[in-house]
Design a protein around this ligand. Structure first.
Ligand code: SF4
Ligand code: SF4
Length: 330
């Protein structure tokens, strides 16, 4: 298991990814929020809901790093280093280990032992932690809400934050007696977590790329200029265009986003992910649309394209500065 010192070193240059599996109503999203609130660094979390019903499987994702640029991603976590499962009935319904690299930690709220959990998963190079979070929740909180309890187990195997940091986040989020009970529950979970490290002692290889696998986007899809206007106003029987293509979203951005034509492989993923149709494409002789640049009128420097580009053909440069100071003439 990685030591606290090793985790701190890794976080300087890497992003640690977490995924929570829960059922609607069990508080998986709150657990992911608490991770970010407890972490001394940068973090983001995103929930993913299926059918919005109590009891339906849910997922939520967390990215943590000491490097701000590494947590800038709006997509779900595909390669989670730590997966927490709040309800062991999900083990047979959802592929909870999907995308986990060898050496990752699977943390399960269950009364099964680690060998029994191990038999339900295919990858034998994972580490397993089990905790009877339901029992702790019932005894300490008086109700079957295991989201904070499982974080005690997460701390035990990840060292991403401390019990005290989590306790502070809990005291901020929940008030009074309920906050105190949650802190008691996480301390108990920390002590009672059972650990099983993979027999080969395989550790996570943090050089593994955690981006979505590269994929070519169809070049036959049109750009905004070729699309019908989605919104129109009529004025004196004349059509007036409205809609986001009339708005100078580029004025919002704090960075210049720069495209490197030499490196670009024309995969069109930046075009696909750009929220403002700021990627300029032009129809070529082959009848397909090819990347031609970035429209600064629309680019609000959200940096989604930088994150998605598989060949680093887009980068950012400061829009402002250096500052100047007019010296009065003598
Ligand atoms: S930074 Fe990239 S994705 Fe974001 S608005 Fe600009 S071109 Fe589009
Ligand atoms: S800039 Fe990057 S993401 Fe965009 S088309 Fe070129 S290679 Fe693909």
């Amino acid at each position: 298991m990685l030591t606290e010192k090793q985790v701190k070193e890794i976080l300087k240059d890497h992003c640690l990814n977490l995924r929570f599996h829960a059922r609607g109503g069990q508080g998986g999203v709150t657990a992911s929020n608490l991770c970010v609130e407890s972490f001394d660094g940068y973090g983001v979390c995103q929930p993913k809901f299926g059918a919005e019903r109590m009891g339906s499987p849910t997922e939520s994702y967390v990215r943590l790093s000491a490097n701000y640029d590494l947590v800038r991603s709006n997509e779900q976590v595909y390669v989670p280093h730590f997966v927490s499962v709040l309800d062991d009935s999900l083990l047979s319904e959802v592929d909870v280990t999907a995308g986990m690299p060898d050496g990752g930690w699977l943390i399960v709220n269950t009364t099964m032992n680690q060998n029994e959990v191990g038999m339900t998963i295919a990858n034998k190079n994972l580490n397993i932690a089990t905790i009877d979070a339901t029992n702790i929740a019932m005894e300490v909180l008086g109700r079957n809400i295991t989201n904070t309890v499982i974080l005690g187990a997460l701390i035990r195997v990840s060292h991403l934050f401390t019990i005290d940091q989590l306790a502070d986040a809990i005291m901020t989020r929940f008030k009074g007696e309920i906050a105190g009970k949650n802190v008691k529950a996480i301390k108990r979970a920390f002590e009672e977590t059972c650990l099983y490290e993979n027999p080969g002692g395989v550790e996570i290889d943090f050089k593994t790329d955690t981006k979505v696998p590269w994929q070519q986007v169809s070049l036959s899809l049109p750009g905004y200029k070729e699309l019908d206007p989605a919104g129109v106003w009529y004025c004196d029987n004349k059509i007036m265009r409205v809609g986001s293509d009339q708005v100078n979203t580029g004025s919002w951005g704090e960075w210049n986003i720069v495209w490197d034509e030499e490196k670009c492989t024309d995969c069109a993923q930046c075009w696909f992910i750009c929220p403002d149709f700021a990627i300029i494409t032009e129809k070529g002789e082959d009848g397909k649309f090819h990347m031609k640049g970035i429209n600064t009128f629309f680019c609000k420097s959200c940096q989604n394209c930088i994150e998605i580009c598989p060949v680093n053909a887009i980068h950012k440069e400061p829009k402002q500065g250096p500052g100047s100071c007019a010296v009065p003439e003598a």
